[in-house]
Ligand binder design. Structure first.
Ligand code: CTP
Length: 224
């Protein structure tokens, strides 16, 4: 067994992946472009290393293969994520929050399809709970919490501030540079922040390769 397998074998890992959809009416929603590739790559890689993985799955690209004996629970909206994450976090050794969870949802969901009666339609959105910040508060000393971030300006400063504010042990920054298409792409460019230091940037690798780097970094820094 490799040192990485020795670390992950039997560890309970909670991973979120994909996009949440926030219903507007019975036929419309607010969503985002997350495909779930990064989160599912992490789930598959952790499972291959012997971890017990629970995947809370938002809307994901159906063509992405999930290893068949990974436990999967659908969490298709921010509300579902906000109920399921704290519940399952209690039993987790490591939690990786890779899902793109909506920050805002419609204040009211129309029970019937909204008709186009006026030229302008105003939607009122309410802020959703910051789930990872809640997990950061709930976190016990033996638990390790990993967040993701996507920033379009002052990325390093924002990533470090976000990690501290949410009490994460590690934050994976999607590095947005020209040519790096994060959403839906097989490749990505990331920088990993831990309490001590940021790592160098991992340039343009397939998400399946980045998943192994991230797990290796968790093994390097996590003392449980
Ligand atoms: N996240 C969460 N709850 C939400 C929204 C996001 O737990 N309601 C998690 C994501 O899964 C991710 C992390 O928070 O791991 C960072 O998400 P991001 O959208 O980059 O950060 P925000 O804190 O929402 O900050 P902002 O949008 O203001 O940059």
């Amino acid at each position: 067994m490799s040192p990485l397998e020795q670390f992950f074998v039997q560890k309970k890992i909670l991973i979120t992946a994909g996009a949440t959809y926030e219903n507007i009416d019975p036929v419309r929603f607010i969503g985002n472009y997350s495909s779930g590739k990064m989160g599912i790559a992490l789930a598959n890689a952790a499972h291959t290393l012997g971890a017990k993985v629970l995947l809370l799955k938002g809307h994901t690209d159906k063509s992405i293969q999930i290893d068949s004996d990974i436990e999967v629970i659908d969490a298709l909206s921010a509300k579902a994520m906000s109920e399921l994450c704290p519940l399952h976090f209690k039993d987790a050794d490591i939690c990786i929050m890779a899902a793109a969870i909506a920050d805002f949802s419609p204040a009211e969901i129309a029970s019937q399809k909204i008709k186009k009666s006026d030229d302008v339609l105003t939607l009122t959105l309410k802020k959703n709970p910051d789930i990872i910040a809640g997990l950061g508060k709930q976190k016990r000393p033996h638990q390790y919490l990993v967040g993701f971030a996507l920033e379009t300006e002052n990325a390093i400063a924002h990533a470090q501030a976000k990690m501290q504010a949410k009490n994460c042990d590690m934050l994976v920054l999607n590095v947005l540079n020209e040519g790096n298409q994060v959403f839906g792409s097989d490749d990505n460019r990331i920088q990993i922040f831990t309490k001590n230091n940021p790592s160098p940037i991992f340039y343009q690798y397939p998400k399946t390769v980045l998943a192994k780097y991230i797990l290796q970094e968790i093994n390097n820094h996590c003392k449980i």
